[in-house]
Write a protein that binds this ligand. Structure first.
Ligand code: ZN
Length: 151
């Protein structure tokens, strides 16, 4: 447990100091804002989705170390996944943060399991995933509407 705890802290600090995929994505096809008022975390997700696959994902944002690290890790985990696959992963991640045993598929994300014991930080860790779900669901709805319009 001590080892896991140390790894967990190192991982969060590492991603917080050197976030992956940080910055604006000029060629983004969709942009979504997300906030966690209870902690003051803010983020903006930029996604380029082609043929149902998340080709590129970037973010900008401000907030606590857990929210920033979780966002950085999320962008790495969903890049090059299908929209469906990303939504599935999100469900698994959220289940873990809410106390369920972590799914194998979560990979390195499993190191964030410790957050499930810090109730005040649960929303910090899930913010990027909730924001991602919002944008993917909006997209699915828009596509559905376009298909209906085209008959
Ligand atoms: Zn936070």
């Amino acid at each position: 447990m001590f080892m896991l705890n140390t790894l967990y802290k190192e991982m969060i600090l590492e991603h917080y100091k050197r976030p992956r995929n940080r910055g604006v994505l000029e060629e983004a096809t969709v942009i979504q804002e997300g906030t966690n008022p209870s902690c003051g975390d803010e983020l903006e997700l930029y996604l380029q989705i082609e043929g149902g696959v998340i080709c590129k994902i970037r973010f900008i944002g401000e907030g606590c170390a857990i929210s920033q690290a979780s966002t950085s890790m999320m962008t790495e985990a969903v890049r090059e996944r299908t929209v469906e696959g990303a939504l599935e992963l999100s469900q698994k991640f959220k289940a873990m943060i809410h106390g369920a045993p972590p799914a194998e598929e979560l990979g390195d994300l499993r190191l964030l399991q410790g957050v499930s014991k810090l109730h005040a930080r649960v929303k910090c860790a899930t913010l990027p995933w909730t924001t991602l779900e919002q944008v993917l669901r909006t997209l699915a709805r828009l596509e559905g509407e376009t298909k209906r319009e085209l008959g």
